[in-house]
Design a protein around this ligand. Structure first.
Ligand code: AMP
Length: 437
């Protein structure tokens, strides 16, 4: 506990997002909303706090998340609660709890929000991090997998991102995976003594995770292990082939990575990740896949699902390095008034502009012309309006472009129109790639 008078700092692994950073976060959220809604997804908001059992049952009691990383505590009435480490389980819980399956058809849901995992903090890895995710519940059709992947690629392109790779695999189903695991365990028995300590442990507890090991020395051994793609049952094989064919028809590029597995137990069939070379060690920008048995695991009806979670922190980090996105500047104009008689008309003009959604800063007290210019540059206002008694009398105002120094005489009633015209919304960085069918 911090001593009295000692500076209290943010908790390790959490961070403040300052006003210099939030425009990019907002832009990502805005673009995600637009793209998801274009694919008919609707927003869902679930609580950050859930019963611990929700994650133990869905994410898996042997996974790193559940064994080591959850923020779990006993509430005052002895109930065990957990700060959500991910949101798919919560969305499926809500889907069951509110009987969304009764509405017929499929549900397409998206969410934004903070997640909590007690990992070792480093660049791109935090204890409180943010995910943007979406889930489709109620169908196992492979076209859903392909459509969602197309949507993700579109979102990244619209954010101006070029350097990313879609990695695809299938982890089979409850029919073919146990058989494969037997084969994998047998193969691991022969080589595990030459693997790292973590892999030796995992070869007993969660052998699939061995395939995900990042230790350089283990790679030549892991490469020779049997892959699940060679052991899929006919139904899973057909699903995978349909997804890849559909992706080709939609002109979505991907790479099949037979060793791609994910850290959560509920996945079946399609699994994927999008990585970015711009990220360094923590290069997974997002991940997801199909989870056809999750609803039943949580006591619900059969409701096959497919979804993903984008690591928003990492997406923003990547966009900071590419720097191609134009961000909206909320402040359009700085108004300074000179002389008492100019105050009231200036206030009314500011109010009129603000009502029309134009960002205005107005001096609180009377300042001299030179100071007003200094204040406007400090605020980085694109335009400045200096209103003196003469301007009020004539009804004609000088709008100054702070970048070029150009001044335009505009009448009071036309200022809003003038500014709107000059400050039209910034263009998208990544235009839609007009693909020919
Ligand atoms: P997961 O929920 O583990 O499938 O992760 C989905 C995405 O969330 C990853 O690809 C990362 O981009 C992001 N992510 C996961 N854990 C963290 C973390 N501790 N800090 C920052 N981003 C994370």
């Amino acid at each position: 506990m911090a001593k009295k008078n000692e500076l209290i700092q943010s908790v390790k692994g959490t961070r403040d997002l300052l006003p210099s950073e939030t425009p990019l976060w907002q832009r990502v959220e805005e673009e995600a909303r637009k793209v998801f809604e274009a694919y008919n997804f609707r927003e869902i908001r679930t609580p950050v706090l859930e019963q611990t059992a929700l994650f133990a049952r869905s994410v898996g009691s042997d996974t790193d998340i559940v064994t080591k990383e959850m923020y779990t505590f006993e509430d005052r009435d002895s109930e065990s609660l957990t700060l959500r480490p991910e949101a798919t389980a919560s969305v499926v819980r809500a889907y069951i709890e509110h009987g969304l399956y009764n509405q017929g058809g499929i549900q397409k849901l998206y969410y934004f929000g903070p997640m909590f995992r007690r990992e070792r903090p480093q660049k791109g890895r935090y204890r409180q991090f943010y995910q943007i995710g979406a889930e489709v519940l109620g169908s196992e059709h492979p076209a859903i997998d392909a459509e969602v992947l197309e949507m993700l690629v579109l979102l990244l392109e619209r954010l101006g991102l070029k350097e990313f790779k879609l990695l695809l695999n299938s982890v089979g189903c409850s029919k073919c995976r146990p058989e494969y695991l037997k084969t994998l365990r047998k193969a691991l028995d022969e080589v595990k003594d030459r693997l790292c300590t973590d892999c030796r442990r995992r070869s007993h507890t969660n052998p699939l995770r061995v395939l995900d090991c990042k230790i350089e020395a283990d790679q030549p051994i892991i490469e020779k292990l049997p892959t699940i793609l060679e052991h899929l049952c006919p139904e899973c094989r057909q699903h995978f082939d349909s997804v890849t064919l559909d992706l080709k028809q939609r002109r979505v590029d991907f790479e099949i990575v037979p060793r791609l597995v994910r850290g959560l137990d509920y996945y079946t069939r399609t699994t994927f990740e999008i990585t970015s070379g711009l990220l360094g060690a923590q290069n997974a920008l997002l991940g997801g896949g199909r989870y056809d048995g999750l609803s039943e695991m949580l006591g619900g009806p059969p409701a096959p699902g497919f979804g993903f979670a984008i690591g928003q922190d990492r997406l923003v980090l990547t966009l900071e390095t590419t720097g191609t996105l134009k961000l909206a500047q909320p402040l359009a104009v700085y108004i300074a008034w000179l002389g008492d008689a100019a105050r009231e008309p200036s206030l009314l003009l500011a109010r009129q502009l603000r009502r029309q959604g134009i960002g205005v800063e107005i001096s609180y007290h009377q300042i001299k012309l030179k100071k007003a210019m200094g204040a406007a540059s400090k605020l980085q206002a694109p335009y400045t309006l200096i209103i003196g008694e003469d301007e009020v009398a004539s009804g004609s105002y000088q709008v100054k472009n702070m970048q070029t120094g150009e001044q335009t005489s505009v009448s009071a009633g036309e200022i809003a129109g003038f500014l709107k015209e000059k400050l039209r919304e910034p263009l998208q960085a990544g235009e839609d790639p007009a693909e020919q069918p």
